[in-house]
Design a protein around this ligand. Sequence first.
Ligand code: CS2
Length: 498
Amino acid sequence: MEHYKLNSGNLNKLSAGVSIPKYNRENVKTGIVHVGVGGFHRAHEAMYLDQLLHDESNANWGICGVALLNFDQKIYNTLKDQDGLYTLVVKELDGTLTKRVIGSIVEYLFAPDSPKAVIDKMAHPDVKIITLTITEGGYNLNEATGGFNFDNPQIIHDSKNTDSPITIFGYLTQALKLRKEQNTAGVTILSCDNIEGNGDVTKKMLLSYIEFAQPDLLDWVKDNVSFPNSMVDRITPATIPADIAELKEVSGIEDQWPVVCESFQQWVIEDEFIAGRPNLEAVGVQFVKNVAPYEKMKLGLLNAGHSVVGILGSLMGYSTIDEAVTDPNIGTFLANYLDVEVTPILRDLEGMDLTAYKQTLINRFSNIYIKDQIDRICSETSAKMPKFILPTVQEQLKGDKAISLASFVIAAWAVYSLGFNEKKEAINIKDALQETLLAQAKLAQEYPKNFLELEEVFGNLSKSEIFSDAFAKAYQNIVSFGVEKCIIELNNNLLIEK
Ligand code: CS2
């Protein structure tokens, strides 16, 4: 089949089976700056906006992407080369592929090349919203104190080099300062990361930084910037070479970096947009007064569920989430964990059928066409653990409730951190704390509770005797009997108790 490089000039040549933007992208103005154009943003927010832009009255809501880190050079080059266009391949549960070229990213800036261009864009009067997907670990939160981590050398750099920042905090602060100086109206900063109270956390962290680095700006920011909380959801595995090849062979599109994702999509946001917002309800986004219960549910069930399956599956030698979750032992363990240790802490979810939610979640994990990589799920577990699993443990402990399954998963993570699965194959660990984790994991071989000394992950949880004992017991059991046997045992005990 004839194939074409994906770019504006070739859009109309693409095969009829692929939908393309039917609006004039040249008329689209940037109203949103998005920091962190990874797969998730491209499968989620950019997709919603693309849908919205098909109504010409929304032409003010195009996206300017910002690549903040040197690491983002590849995606930046790719999208530049493709005029911001990329293909979103939605994999339905039956394996059908729905392909759609997304056109909502109309500008893209590479911050390391031109910090000023990024600051100016964030401060531009047409920009009403700045959205973020900077990962769970990107908020510079000190887990031990719950406050801002002022010791981070990059933060110190930003406070001394205000015109050439490197962190999101430095950028936002300079942009807000410029908005104030130029008398430009306020702006909404919307976090789309998987963190409970993501808007509140963003606000707390940014205000702490501003109070330290630009105290004169603080009052203006308090009055002119809003930080809605939001819950985002769509499983978006990493793109693999076979996805690129399929698109070329079957649809004739040469796209250097398409995005693949599941068909499920959800975005729930608090309606606090100080400078206005697009009519996102028209494309299925839900606006609610208080997003907290939904976010807690999603993080506690779905994201934590991913980590549970990922960590246990990895140790047992699986490489994708569907393989691991369809192992009946892991599947039962997951269902028990969600029912016995997470469901009791969820409330205020009127109209929400939790049993159906959990079943859908397991079906989504089991989708054999998605093949979500365990390596992706387990990447940055040190940042995910305090957001996905530990809050549940803390809350269960307060009520004297069950924590043994969570403790078991955390113990499995300590074993995982040694870098080998139970088949003695090396695990491809990607974690900002990798070295520290390995050191603690080695110390845990002498005395398991040493692993919990990682304050930046566990905060003061190691002080709970109930938890640290459960952890140590689980650790010993894994070392003595192997993960699978322990899982079977835990599943059986729960069966008897139920
Ligand atoms: C995953 C998420 O990274 C992870 O650990 O749980 O990326 C998950 O796929 C998304 O939050 C789904 O909405």
